[in-house]
Design a protein around this ligand. Structure first.
Ligand code: APR
Length: 239
């Protein structure tokens, strides 16, 4: 069977690049109200406040750099595919650090901070500057309908059909830097195990998904991920 690796990442992999996580001590959701800032209802009620929240995070992202964990996953992807395996990186993160590190087979299931979407016509555009309600869509011309291309609570994550199809036949699965607190991502490890995959958790501590991973590696991602990448490819393609 062709070795197939599906990796799920969360905010923890970008923590050492200086980007905040959500549920750690002093995490984003301990400082901000997710119901006001990360729901369609919150955006409808106060789009100016929601734009300000994402504009500040977008500015922070432009100053951040990929770290050794992002780079190790991009190197692993190239080696894994070169060895004839299948590879998919699914990230819950809305930063672009995986892409900047060189990852290609990548699904942003919670969207992307550096893209804007028109809520009227669906047009997607690159977005590195501030968004505001005074802006008009370049495609349909409507004013005040641009929003961050980010999946809010209560909205359908992206790429789910492809993700579940790949989970149904993956041979290796790893959850890296995620608390396993948010579904459907929290259920991916169980799905992979049901398909017979070997599963790993790499984080600071055990997550909340309740899945009993075959292997756990606790520590900072820049310390654990590069070594793990060496191990998993040797294991998968051992002669
Ligand atoms: N190295 C490895 N893991 C880390 C590090 C680090 N340096 N720092 C933190 N972590 C781990 C924490 O132990 C925690 O398990 O990363 C995880 C971060 O969990 P969350 O803050 O809950 O982030 P995440 O799992 O990505 O949240 C999922 O929730 O709010 C939504 O849309 C948001 O995509 C996000 C989703």
């Amino acid at each position: 069977m062709t070795p197939s690796l599906l990796i799920l990442t969360g905010a923890g992999i970008s923590a050492e690049s200086g980007l905040g996580t959500f549920r750690d001590t002093d995490g984003i959701w301990s400082q901000f109200d997710w119901q006001k800032l990360a729901t369609p209802e919150g955006f409808a009620e106060d789009p100016v406040m929601v734009h300000a929240f994402y504009n500040a995070r977008r500015k922070g992202l432009l100053d951040a750099q990929p770290n050794a964990a992002h780079t190790a996953l991009a190197t692993l992807e190239a080696a894994w595919v070169r060895s004839g395996g299948e590879f998919l990186l699914v990230t819950q993160n809305i930063d672009d650090l995986h892409a900047r590190a060189g990852s290609e087979r990548l699904i942003h299931m919670h969207g992307e901070l550096l893209r804007a979407r028109c809520a009227a016509c669906g047009d997607l555009t690159a977005c590195t500057a501030d968004l505001s309600i005074a802006m008009s869509c370049q495609a349909c011309g409507r004013e005040g309908r641009l929003r961050p291309h980010v999946v809010w609570f209560g909205e359908m994550p992206m790429g789910m059909e492809e993700i579940f199809e790949r989970l149904s036949r993956t041979t290796h699965f790893a959850a890296i830097g995620t608390s396993g607190a948010v579904w459907p991502a929290a259920g991916f490890a169980e799905e992979a195990a049901r398909a017979g995959a070997e599963t790993w958790e790499l984080s600071l501590e055990a997550g909340e998904s309740g899945h009993n991973f075959h292997h756990t590696l606790y520590g900072k991602a820049t310390a654990t991920v590069p070594d793990w990448c060496e191990t998993v490819i040797a294991r998968a393609f051992a002669a």
